[in-house]
Design a binder for this molecule. Structure first.
Ligand code: K7E
Ligand code: CUA
Length: 640
């Protein structure tokens, strides 16, 4: 292990311990059989609703983690234990559009405890535990629509933020869409994260003007305590936005002093407002999720908190909002502008202190562009979107229209290198690139269009990521690899931070599931009216019990199945013929429940779906289903 993990974030050894030998791109991405990758990379799945895990530099996919979407591969969102994770104020929602992953930080550095992601459609933030690689918590974001400026964390994971992409009436009401201007509002949400458990709590929302809030980044170092949000549609148009929201020469970056707002609410500021939003928490000891509907939110009017929110003019319809590792610079990528705009945090503070304002928007002071500008990168590229940093003073910006990755110096703002992307790049990711301490060895470009890069697979291809070696002056393209869904950003972290902590099993003695069958004698079948509860266990290579009689048409049968294995990587599956559901894939020591409502008389088999031993095909059983009025007694057995 030591050999594999050495050499990360070591700029003198650009290829880890293989550096001295690696001369070609192939050698640089080759991870020999049995060896491990140097980095984990977590890719947003966009419209897949899930998160995928890859290794870098190999580009091998390790896992898909279900977050917002039902996932038949392991039964997430189908089992009774996980259905509550997908509950919202709109009811059960089996899908979302997952955008920006961000890994928890301590002192501005990745600590590898959790990864946060946002649902862009029905506004939500999820927290995934990086010990189990499972979704542990999902909180809905009220008064919002299209939670896009998310889910970025502050320097010590004090908060994970959300910002509404679509402004809406707050609270929602039945009004004409034409009354948008002045009546629609944009909520920015600050969700506190409990330092020990990671538990999320919506601490406050800021009621902002009815712009579209696009992306955000935390301040760090000197600018810790601030958060920055790009806006577009400051025109407040409600139709044909491609024209009507592209009128203003400049939109804004909203700078939010959240420490000031914290102080304000700690002194009783803010207004409690009715709201309805779901908070779903998964408990690893009961192996079950609970959904609670919350009823109230603390709303802050920014005009009541002097010094809390300012607007920085930024050309033109900016998308990415990126803060460099030192926290000195805020970069706004005007997607309709050729130049990148770099704002100076220091100049912003000086202008605020001198009260040099250029009017206001709904009472929020606007600073002067020249007063906050550090400089611009005259790049010659087109359609700048997102920027990441290597921790050595360089920034890497993607240009969607001119399809390229441009490396530039943060202080001098000179372009150092540019490399084409195939094709139409969106985000770029450098492990730790949104932190005070990036690991500037690789950059991954996430491209939107793939045509001609892989064998054709019908009208649509998986999006292609491109891996660059950025350890030298010039970037070097090493590898194309397909990603799943549509990645909008990714987060990478050295494997040595996560791998030693990764959980191998759930201990049976810690299993507090109310329907667990822990000892062989706890397996049984109980009838309560037309509800039947089967307490079942599984171990290589049988179910206990495997013969059940006395079930009737019209019953609702709950199979509560506990996997008694205590070995790493030995799940068993459970599938029942005719169940309007997915299989269950049950981890060692875990309990899962599948509901089956038999509609037909007969003898119906169930089986294990995961090839678990030489006798996997023997891992099967039968349920006898009799007519609704049958008086056949309930019975169950194994080996009789
Ligand atoms: Cu796709 Cu970050 Cu949602 Cu830009 S966003 S690409
Ligand atoms: Cu258990 Cu196959």
């Amino acid at each position: 292990m030591a050999v594999m993990f050495s050499g990360c974030n070591n700029s003198k050894s650009p290829n880890g311990n293989r550096g001295a030998l690696a001369s070609t791109a192939a050698e640089k991405v080759y991870v020999p059989p049995g060896e491990h990758d140097e980095f984990y990379a977590f890719f947003s799945g966009g419209y897949s609703g899930n998160l995928t895990v890859y290794g870098l530099p190999s580009g091998r996919m390790f896992k898909e983690i279900p977050v917002f979407s039902q996932f038949p591969t392991n039964g997430y969102g189908y089992s009774e234990e996980t259905k509550p994770m997908l509950n919202t104020s709109h009811g059960f929602i089996p899908w979302d559009d997952l955008h920006h992953p961000d890994i928890s930080q301590t002192d501005g550095k990745l600590d590898g405890r959790w990864i946060f992601v946002n649902g862009n459609n029905t506004p939500r933030i999820a927290r995934i535990d990086l010990k189990t690689f499972e979704t542990d918590e999902i909180i809905e974001v009220p008064n919002s629509a299209g939670n896009h400026s998310s889910s970025f964390v502050t320097e010590n994971t004090e908060y994970v933020v959300a910002g509404t992409r679509f402004s809406v009436p707050v609270p929602q009401k039945d009004i004409s869409i034409k009354e948008y201007r002045g009546n629609f509002k944009g909520a920015l949400s600050f969700i506190e994260v409990a330092p020990e458990t990671g538990r999320m709590n919506l601490k406050f929302q800021i009621m902002m003007p009815g712009f579209d809030y696009d992306l955000s980044h935390p301040g760090r170092g000197k600018s810790h305590g601030w958060f920055f949000f790009t806006t577009y549609n400051t025109e407040e148009a409600n139709t044909l936005l491609e024209v009507n929201a592209s009128q203003n020469d400049k939109d804004f970056i909203a700078a939010v002093n959240w420490k000031k707002i914290e102080e304000y609410i700690n002194n009783g500021g803010g207004t409690k407002m009715p709201a309805e939003y779901a908070h779903n928490v998964y408990d690893h000891s009961t192996h079950s999720a609970k959904s609670t509907i919350k009823k109230e939110v603390l709303m802050v009017d920014p005009t009541k908190v002097p010094g809390a929110v300012f607007l920085l003019p930024t050309p033109k319809s900016p998308h990415g909002c990126d803060v460099d590792p030192t926290g000195k610079y805020i970069i706004g990528n005007g997607k309709l502008s050729a130049d990148l705009t770099i704002h100076s945090f220091g100049k912003m503070i000086a202008a605020i202190e001198a009260e040099k304002f250029d009017g206001d928007a709904y009472g929020i002071p606007i600073l002067k562009f020249e007063d906050v500008l550090a400089g611009q990168v005259k790049s010659g590229g087109l359609g700048p979107l997102h920027t990441e940093f290597d921790g050595k003073g360089n920034a890497y910006t993607t240009f969607f229209i001119s399809s390229e990755l441009v490396k530039w110096n943060v202080e001098t703002r000179e372009v150092i290198d540019r490399q084409p992307n195939y094709y139409s790049v969106g985000h770029v990711m450098i492990p730790g690139g949104n932190s005070a301490a990036p690991f500037g060895k690789y950059a991954v470009a996430m491209n939107k269009i793939t045509k001609d890069r892989y064998l054709p697979t019908g009208p649509e291809l998986e999006h292609s990521a491109q891996l660059f070696d950025i350890s030298g002056e010039k970037m070097e393209l090493l590898l194309d690899f397909p990603t799943h869904g549509e990645p909008h950003y990714a987060a990478g972290i050295p494997a040595e931070i996560l791998a030693p902590e990764s959980q191998k099993i759930y201990r049976l003695e810690d299993n507090k599931h109310e329907f667990a069958a822990l000892g062989g004698d706890e397996t049984r079948v109980e009838r309560h009216g037309n509800e039947v509860h089967v307490y079942m266990s599984m171990i290589r290579s049988h179910f206990t019990p495997d013969n059940i009689e006395g079930i009737r048409v019209g019953d609702k049968v709950y199979f509560h199945i506990t996997n008694h294995e205590q070995d790493f990587d030995v799940p068993h599956g459970f599938a029942m013929i005719g169940a309007n559901n997915a299989e269950l894939l049950i981890m060692p020591g875990q309990t899962r429940t599948l509901v089956w409502e038999p509609g037909q008389v007969g003898v119906w088999p169930f089986y294990c779906t995961d090839f678990c031993s030489a006798l996997h095909q023997e891992m099967q059983g039968y349920v006898r289903v009799s007519p609704a009025n049958s008086d056949i007694k309930l019975s169950w057995s194994l080996g009789e």
